[in-house]
Design a protein around this ligand. Structure first.
Ligand code: ADP
Length: 239
């Protein structure tokens, strides 16, 4: 009995060591890409004397890459804070409908620019104990993904409903986008996981958005489920 328990424990430890190793490898790889791009741009620019306009365009491109790098680091720091110091977040009474409205207003200009319509179909007034900043990040991530993975002309619709029996809140977000193949669905909440890395590279995605969504929900005792039909769209349901 003891041998079996010990073996199981060693197995679990080995799994978590491997996960840590895999994670540092992935993180290093993701951060090296923008650095390589920056280095290449600088080296090419330094090869000859350039015009002011050319220097400016190199600096603009480097600025973009540093923004990418900054956003990866911010996301990793947030994940690590949620993993190791979750008691450092201050929870209070928050209005879910207001947080959703604010998130919507933040994503709206991005949707308008892309030609994707985003709307809120219903919005019950619901108050819960939460960390409002984290919840806003969660809704923005989901709405932004909806817009990112939906072609111009498509739509993203959100609803916040109250279950009359249980009194629990349910948030649903539905898009008419590219969808996610069934075999990829179980992994979309993993760190750095992207269904189609080339598509995500174009949209600037690093595969951390849904990991953060899931972690924030865990901290609030919530759950997320997803249904998707490739080519037709995706629905995320949060309870
Ligand atoms: P990313 O930053 O790459 O968007 P996420 O963690 O937010 O990373 O999402 C992981 C992957 O799940 C994405 O690369 C994308 O392929 C897929 N995905 C997420 N949301 C949607 C959606 N609404 N429609 C289609 N695919 C999605």
């Amino acid at each position: 009995q003891l041998t079996r328990t010990l073996n199981e424990m060693i197995g679990r430890l080995e799994e978590s060591f491997n996960a840590v190793l895999q994670f540092s490898g992935d993180a290093a790889h993701e951060m090296r890409t923008p650095l390589t791009v920056m280095r290449g741009e600088i080296e090419v620019a330094l090869r000859h004397q350039r015009t002011d306009g050319e220097y400016r365009s190199v600096l603009e491109s480097i600025l973009q890459e540093t923004e990418q790098l900054g956003s990866i680091i911010d996301n990793l720091l947030l994940l690590s804070r949620m993993d190791t110091r979750s008691d450092s977040f201050i929870f209070g009474d928050g209005s879910l409908d207001r947080i959703i409205m604010e998130s919507y207003e933040e994503v709206l200009p991005i949707a308008v620019e892309k030609g994707v319509s985003i709307s809120i179909e219903s919005l019950e007034e619901i108050s819960i104990r939460c960390e409002a900043g984290l919840l806003k990040r969660l809704f923005v991530n989901l709405m932004h993904n909806g817009v990112k993975y939906t072609a111009p002309g498509g739509s993203v619709t959100c609803r916040l409903d109250l279950n009359p029996v249980s009194g629990a809140a349910r948030f649903t977000i539905r898009d008419t986008g590219v969808g996610i193949p069934g075999r990829n669905l179980p992994r979309i909440f993993d760190r750095f996981y992207r269904v189609d890395p080339s598509r995500s590279a174009r949209t600037g995605g690093k595969g951390l958005g849904l990991t953060i969504v899931k972690k924030i929900l865990d901290l609030h005792g919530g759950a997320i489920s997803v249904e998707s039909v490739p080519g037709a769209g995706t629905v995320f349901t949060l309870d």
